[in-house]
Unconditional design. Structure first.
Length: 400
């Protein structure tokens, strides 16, 4: 289902300023460069044919000029997959990561893989309830379980690369200039020592963020030993500053890191109640770019979303990140029209049932949004407030 009229889209363009005053940009560790001039960004779209995802990943990188171009002057690289939990249906495929790592190794780069997963069955998930915790004795074995179950432990051994648990270990404080949700962030020390962060998400919709792509994937960099995992405390903190669609906590983390390459796994994607309870869609695409905002905008467009419909994009522009729209992006490879497939949006519903929380279940709140309808920023704030209120009633803190 598409928009019924254009008035909602016009409203979205102007409504962000109703909730939070304008913010100016600033960088922590040399993340995406903020410039006054609008430079043309390049994003590649490669089709996956006959399930040869390795060939498509190589093509997507080649269309950008090859590893020697996208990683020029960058010797130490962290690949950050989206391993939200242990299910292979909602996470970045190892075949995508393997191809990327091998390309970088052939280019003489030092590669590592890092993640801070949200949840794991038997750790902070028990039955139908997900608990938030900062307890390292829970988070460390949980992360290892996710790595083991999804084949990342074996992949790291095969590639001979470090596998980094971003929840714990040596942490570093990073100051943000004009942060939206935070003035200072705690990061795993490995993130301060790399030259390039490469985000490798699975293409999905998201019940709070609208889409989860290269930038949203960086929520996994918030160490659980500080910000809890699942990250309901993080979103609650940002909501106190009126973060629309979890945009503030995403933009802050992007600006605090050296995110210079996004490679989106669109082999299988998810529509509807993402990031875990939606429907799988075989998209057969890999999208790549060195500008995270541009790359995410192209992917969101393939999914049928306009830039102004994604709060993270709106606020990235407000702090000075570019581009402002698709017209400022050069697309190489397949065209948008060749691969575009409008995704169903998330569904929120009213229920009289006694609520049980799973961080990736649809929140039961007193607001409705039919599948496929788009939502404005005011709606996102109401959704988030209801979600957090419900979550606070049923979330317990394991090990605290």
């Amino acid at each position: 289902m598409r928009h019924r009229d254009l008035s909602r889209r016009d409203f979205v363009k102007t409504s962000a300023g109703l909730f939070v005053g304008a913010a100016s940009g600033g960088l922590g560790l040399g993340g995406p460069r903020i410039t006054a001039a609008r430079e043309q960004s390049v994003v590649s779209i490669a089709r996956i044919r006959n399930d040869r995802v390795d060939t498509a990943v190589e093509e997507a990188i080649d269309l950008l000029g090859g590893i020697e171009t996208v990683a020029r002057g960058k010797e130490r690289i962290m690949l950050k997959p989206n391993l939200v939990a242990e299910s292979p249906y909602i996470t970045t495929k190892t075949s995508v990561m393997r191809t990327l790592a091998e390309l970088m190794q052939r280019g003489g780069k030092d590669v590592m893989i890092g993640e801070g997963s949200a949840a794991g069955t038997g750790f902070n998930v028990r039955g139908t309830t997900t608990y938030r915790t900062r307890n390292r004795e829970i988070l460390d074995p949980m992360q290892q379980y996710v790595f083991d179950t999804l084949g990342y432990t074996q992949l790291a051994r095969t590639l001979d690369v470090p596998l980094v648990n971003l929840h714990s270990g040596e942490l570093t404080e990073v100051e943000l200039t004009n942060g939206l949700a935070f003035d200072t962030l705690s990061l795993h020390h490995a993130l301060t020592e790399i030259d390039l962060l490469c985000s490798v998400p699975m293409m999905k919709t998201h019940v709070l963020a609208t889409v989860t792509l290269g930038m949203k994937n960086l929520i996994g960099l918030y160490p659980g030993t500080v910000y809890y995992s699942v990250r309901s405390w993080l979103h609650e903190h940002a909501a106190d500053r009126h973060s629309p669609g979890v945009a503030f906590e995403i933009v802050d983390m992007v600006r605090a890191n050296k995110l210079g390459l996004v490679v989106i796994d669109g082999w299988w994607a998810m529509e509807g109640d993402g990031p875990a309870d939606g429907q799988l869609v075989k998209m057969d695409v890999v999208i790549a770019g060195t500008n995270p905002l541009a790359t995410d905008m192209v992917a969101a467009s393939i999914m049928g979303f306009e830039p102004e419909e994604v709060p993270t994009f709106v606020w990235a522009n407000r702090v000075g990140m570019q581009p402002a729209g698709l017209s400022e992006i050069e697309i190489r490879g397949a065209s948008l029209d060749e691969v575009r497939r409008p995704f169903d949006g998330h569904v929120f519903f009213i229920s009289g049932l006694e609520p049980t929380l799973h961080d990736y279940r649809t929140p039961q709140i007193t607001a409705t949004c039919p599948a496929g309808e788009k939502s404005d920023l005011a709606y996102h704030i109401r959704i988030l407030q209801g979600y957090l209120a419900k979550q606070n009633n049923v979330t317990l803190e394991a090990g605290e």
